[in-house]
Design a protein around this ligand. Structure first.
Ligand SMILES: C[S@@+](CC[C@H](N)C(=O)[O-])C[C@H]1O[C@@H](n2cnc3c(N)ncnc32)[C@H](O)[C@@H]1O
Length: 293
């Protein structure tokens, strides 16, 4: 399914109002990025970095009424003279790259934080995974990722083998390693994600226990104690047999990237191997459970 991007180039003073207006219009994500090569102006904890010229990008489902969104932004700025909104389509292949937003330290669980490298960890004694926005999906801010990380931090990871199917930035695999997993494999169809995830693993000091490969790079016998897959529902359904057979008997799976109306179908496709329970966050579902046999 293609998606709709609505972008505005804005001075700092208007960023918060426009971002709020896009969220109020049910944007799936709102990203603030530099509109030029300019360096970040501020880096204080709990603040979204802003530039003199900012690009605010809202990601919407394909059939969103873009005129209604532009009207809402106009109303939020209380002027008819708003910067021109640029409306474009985003193909499925690029959807994962559009979710990068709100880079600030993020507490996933009492013991796990995701921190941009420019912020001091709020709790230095916690497990602090350092990750900067990059082209690969996975900064922890998206609910589908946050659901995976929270689930993972509730699992005993020590000594376990983990597969992060659809690894993007590698955030899930790296978190597993930092929580004590013995080794983790990141799998992705996007070569850029494989490269970025390797870099991120090395930057967090777990590169030696991390391997990244394309799906065909997994050995026939390669199986995990914990397998996390944050991919779209359609892909989870298409990959059901492959994902199920990658989990050891007694191992656990967590499936994310699922909308509520898709959850029953995904659950049905995995029912012969797993009894799946659901968790919900901000309209996204994670299905997780233990392998039955
Ligand atoms: C939503 S991102 C998840 C990234 C990260 N694991 C997270 O939780 O934030 C989904 C990733 O799955 C990858 N992907 C899509 N289809 C795939 C497939 N058939 N096999 C492996 N990876 C796939 C995409 O390239 C993308 O990096």
């Amino acid at each position: 399914m293609p998606w709709l991007l609505i972008k505005f180039s804005l001075p700092r003073a208007h960023v918060a109002s426009v971002a709020d207006a896009l969220e109020a219009c049910d944007a799936l994500s709102v990203t603030v990025e530099s509109a030029s090569d300019e360096q970040r102006l501020q880096s204080a904890l709990e603040e979204t970095p802003l530039w003199n010229e900012n690009r605010v990008v809202g990601l919407f489902p394909e059939h969103t009424d873009s005129e209604a969104v532009l009207d809402a932004v106009r109303a939020a700025l209380n002027t008819s003279n708003i910067p021109r909104g640029e409306v474009s389509q985003l193909d499925d292949a690029d959807w994962a790259r559009a979710w990068m937003a709100n880079y600030r330290p993020l507490q996933i669980s009492p013991r796990l934080w995701i921190c941009p490298s420019w912020c001091a960890p709020p709790d230095p004694s916690a497990v602090n995974l350092h990750l900067d926005p990059g082209l690969a999906f996975g900064t922890g801010t998206h609910p589908t990722t946050a659901l995976c990380l929270r689930w993972l931090s509730e699992q005993p990871c020590a000594g376990k083998t983990v597969i992060d199917y659809g690894c993007g930035s590698g955030i899930v695999a790296i978190a597993a390693l930092m929580l004590g997993a013995a080794r983790a494999i990141g799998v992705d169809v996007d070569p850029q994600a494989l490269a970025v995830s390797r870099e991120n693993a090395a930057r967090n000091g777990v590169g030696e226990r991390y391997r990244a490969c394309a799906p065909h790079g997994l050995g026939p016998e390669e199986r995990a104690d914990l397998l996390v897959a944050n991919i779209l529902a359609g892909t989870l359904i298409a990959l059901a047999a492959e994902i199920a057979q990658r989990v050891k008997p007694g191992g656990h799976v967590a499936l994310s990237g699922i909308l509520p109306e898709q959850a029953e179908e995904v659950r049905r496709r995995y029912a012969s191997d797993f009894a799946l329970q659901s968790n919900e966050q901000e309209g996204w579902i994670l299905l997780a459970g233990q392998r039955l046999h």
